[in-house]
Design a protein around this ligand. Structure first.
Ligand code: PMV
Length: 311
């Protein structure tokens, strides 16, 4: 028995959420936090335990996690020739269900723990099988970012849809979960209704958000973090216009800016969940405190766009 561990990164969407559904580019960044899987007993039958939720799952035990395990095991068996086993334990160091890609981080860490020799292509396929169980028809951005690390540009219809931005330095991000996350599908439907009601102006807004993502990529490549922060403020304004922000997310963004952040925006689907803030090293502490005072459920400071996760 030995206890190797494997990890998968969580992610944030830096720019372009919602607009990405309509073919605009988005930028996603892997976080240096996410999910870690320990092999408790590699001789045992396949079992996954998540102590934080008091859950233990086995393939085909009728639970969603069991179904995901079965789907992952099937891909591994087909590609690696033998069914995976082992008693595995999952730990998270990001909030779960808050738009940070925790399910993808878990799937990637599980894939790596079940098949330590797996290359990225296999990890991506195994994690995709799990994400399909949890999310139906996922865009792929979460598990791709989790597997490859770094910062990626994602655009539906491009081949491949996710391209790593090479040579871009990681940024230090403050992430605050301001309230429980909302259902992504419902938030996406809300934007669709808005678009159906005001097609011309909302289409322009979505295109404008795509242009903003292009500017943000430029700022990232130039290492111009103050400008990146300003662009975040503009992006938050667009997301407010799309109707996906909440008073709590808005208050958090204002508090972060007042405390000296260059910029802050909601990240992901909105309707609750997390915001991200970008601040100089000298201001980070004040920003974290301001978010806590504003009532954030959890605030973490982490590298976004960090390199490959450890195996
Ligand atoms: O809920 P998250 O953080 O995975 O983000 C959803 C992103 C959307 O653009 C709103 C939806 C999508 O499928 O891209």
């Amino acid at each position: 028995m030995h206890t190797p561990s494997a990890s998968g990164c969580a992610k944030v969407i830096l720019f372009g959420e919602h607009a990405v559904v309509y073919g605009q580019p988005a930028l996603a960044a892997a976080l240096s936090k996410g999910a870690r899987v320990h092999v408790v007993d590699d001789a045992a039958a396949l079992t996954v335990e998540i102590p934080e939720w008091d859950v233990t799952a086995r393939p085909d035990d009728g639970t969603r996690l069991g179904e995901a395990l079965a789907a992952m095991a099937a891909v591994l068996e087909e590609r690696a020739g033998e069914p995976p086993g082992g008693s595995l334990c999952v730990e998270f160091d990001v909030p779960v269900g808050a738009g940070l890609g925790s399910s993808a981080a878990m799937a990637v860490a599980l894939a790596r723990a079940m098949q330590p020799e797996a290359d990225d292509a296999l990890v991506l396929d195994v994690a995709a099988a799990s994400e399909r169980i949890f999310h139906g028809n996922p865009s792929g951005v979460d598990h791709t970012t989790s597997t490859l690390g770094g910062i990626l540009r994602f655009r539906r219809g491009d081949e491949p849809p996710c391209v790593p931005l090479v040579g871009v330095a990681p940024i230090r991000l403050i992430i605050a979960q301001m309230e429980p996350g909302a259902d992504t599908g419902e938030m996406v439907s809300g934007v669709r209704e808005w678009l159906d009601r005001e097609p011309e102006i909302v289409t322009q807004l979505l295109e404008w958000m795509g242009a903003l993502t292009g500017q943000a990529e430029q700022a990232l490549r130039q290492g111009d973090t103050p400008r990146l922060g300003r662009l975040m403020n503009l992006a938050h304004g667009a997301l407010v216009s799309l109707g996906v922000s909440t008073p709590m997310l808005d208050r958090g963004c204002h508090a972060a800016r007042r405390a000296g952040a260059w910029g802050a925006k909601l990240t992901g689907a909105g309707g609750g969940g997390c915001l991200i803030a970008l601040a100089s090293e000298a201001s980070q502490r004040a920003v974290v405190e301001a978010l806590e005072v504003e009532g954030a459920m959890r605030v973490l400071t982490t590298w976004a766009g960090a390199g490959r996760p450890s195996k």
